[in-house]
Design a protein. Structure first.
Length: 202
């Protein structure tokens, strides 16, 4: 008889546990932490408590993530209102200024047409899809020179417009501000809005 065969027997004959509940309750097993002898019922209770703690931690994580998304959504809403309130010829500047103030981003910059993109040469995907990542070495030097301040991480949004390709760059001196595994949903929305502004700016 093997452990697997015992388990299979119990699965096939659940009435065994009910018929022998009193005897099973008297069986002692080691406590998972202290090693002292405890009943099977107590061990099940410990397992349920541990599962509840895990679920509570997961729920708290989801709630915190939801609050973060709500906060970003509110900032994005205020950004859109700021852009709409600006004169048509000033809306791109209003967007860049709004990114600095609403999202507390030290550096928000839109590259000139076809120029300055080489500062992101170490990120090959920077001209094809939004992304984020820390920078170092020569790339950090190029971006810091372009920004006029130290840059430790950057987010980018490539824009194919009727004016040609341009890239929105968002930078911070903090290397962890724009980690490589960040989501890009809000960057994509930002790119869509900026592309409309650029194409409308004849």
């Amino acid at each position: 008889m093997t452990p697997d065969s015992i388990l299979q027997y119990l699965r096939d004959h659940p009435e065994f546990l009910e018929a022998n509940a009193a005897a099973i309750a008297q069986i002692n097993i080691p406590h998972p932490d202290s090693g002292r002898a405890i009943s099977i019922n107590e061990r099940q209770l410990l397992s349920l408590r541990e599962r509840c703690r895990h679920l509570e931690a997961q729920l708290a994580e989801w709630i915190e993530a939801g609050r973060g998304n709500d906060a970003r959504g509110d900032r994005m809403h205020r950004l859109v209102l700021r852009v709409l309130a600006a004169a048509p010829e000033a809306r791109i500047d209003a967007l860049l200024d709004g990114l600095r103030h609403e999202f507390d981003i030290p550096w928000a910059y839109l590259t000139a047409r076809g120029a300055e993109v080489e500062a992101l040469a170490d990120h090959p995907g920077a001209t094809t899809a939004p992304g984020c990542g820390p920078v170092s070495g020569e790339q950090a030097e190029r971006l810091s020179e372009l920004a006029g301040q130290g840059i430790g991480s950057v987010a980018w949004v490539p824009l194919d417009t009727t004016h040609g390709q341009r890239v929105l760059m968002l930078g911070s001196a903090e290397a962890e501000r724009f980690p490589a595994d960040s989501g890009t949903q809000y960057l994509q929305r930002l790119g869509e809005m900026l592309r409309v502004l650029l194409d409308g700016d004849a």
